[in-house]
Design a protein around this ligand. Sequence first.
Ligand code: ZN
Ligand code: ZN
Length: 179
Amino acid sequence: MFITLQELQQRNVRFKVDIPSGEIEFDNKVAQSSVLHADGVAELLNHSLGEIRLVGELHVTVDAPCDRCLEPVSLPIHSPFDLVYMPASEATEGGEDEIDEAAVEVGYYEGNGLQLNDVLREVVLLALPMQLVCDENCKGICPVCGQNRNQRECTCQSAAVDDRWSKLRDLRTEIGQRN
Ligand SMILES: [Zn+2]
Ligand SMILES: [Zn+2]
């Protein structure tokens, strides 16, 4: 859905969309794994500056890899949003002082309007937690062999110890043979 400035000059634009799973591309790590439902309203804040404010909320489930073990984690997101977009041409003209202080984020748009999907992508990315783990107690991946330690404990630690002992044994055998 593309929201044009012309429309907004006539009236506020209400939106209620269901975006099919997989349609919004985030980055190579995060995938949209459910329908994204969003509704809200877009309004022109200041007719001469072309500031567009979008207020609404969205629901979606995304899949992203666990930061520790890299297994996919399914993350339901329910996020209200309140964003202001300014024309890119205003970016350097210090117009930011006039932005409604209740709005939390400011973005910029090029051309004669806003692509709603771009806005929704940004809302989802902002709603992601700093650290994403499959479980608080996730044991992660073994740095030596790459084994997911939630599925199976690997023997890397003990193998290293065994190896040292076997060298010592060899040394003893050598010494023993010399005597
Ligand atoms: Zn994990
Ligand atoms: Zn290992």
